[in-house]
Design a protein around this ligand. Sequence first.
Ligand code: GLN
Length: 246
Amino acid sequence: MDNKKLKLHIAHLYPKLLNIYGDWGNILTLKMRCEWRDIELKIDSIELNDEIDINKYDIYFIGGGQDKQQITVCKELQKHKTSLLKARDNNAVFLAICGGYQLLGHYYLPHNQNKLEGISLIDAYTVAGDKRFIGNVTANCNFIEPQTLVGFENHSGLTYLENDTQPLATVQIGNGNNGQDKTEGARFMNVFGTYLHGSFLPKNVSFADYLITLALKKRYSENIELKKLDDTIEQENHNLLINKKY
Ligand code: GLN
């Protein structure tokens, strides 16, 4: 890679509607961890009725939200389903948190509501559960180092994965996708979903770097090793949260 300035471009999908529990902190983490490495990161907020030019973006982020906001966003996402599927197939990186994650599957069926159609970026579906899962989560993710992921969950939706869509992690503490099969989150190609709020990435900086590396590979078609950062504080915070129920 010659020494021209590396660049990445993020589309932040519907931040005015899906940004519960400080999910914007994930964008801030990617921004800072790129800037600390002199990678120019451009962030576009995509709101209702905005166009999405998939030729521009390397990363897509969508946060969580309550059923009401999900109803609005799911209708909007249907307009972009074909192009976002194409972005996925072009190895764009997606990170979706909780309510946003649910909408990347085939559908989300809330209590006493019509089914919310998803955009099927992943083979998964979500149905409303009888209780709300609220609390800290520790899970094991086998493709990053350290392998633990920590965060906070608050959802009643139960998500089930199908076919080639793999779990992001295996639950050690907490409920994850459905409180039954010990799976947390999902991965298909470079599409990642998780129930972990908190925000997620500041507490799991090795995963943040993993996403940046994938996005650089998508844009520059080569593996670019990231400069090591002093993550002493971030790792101390991460370790404090491991196996911390409340
Ligand atoms: N409304 C969805 C649920 O309760 C998602 C909630 C969220 O994004 N925290 O499962």
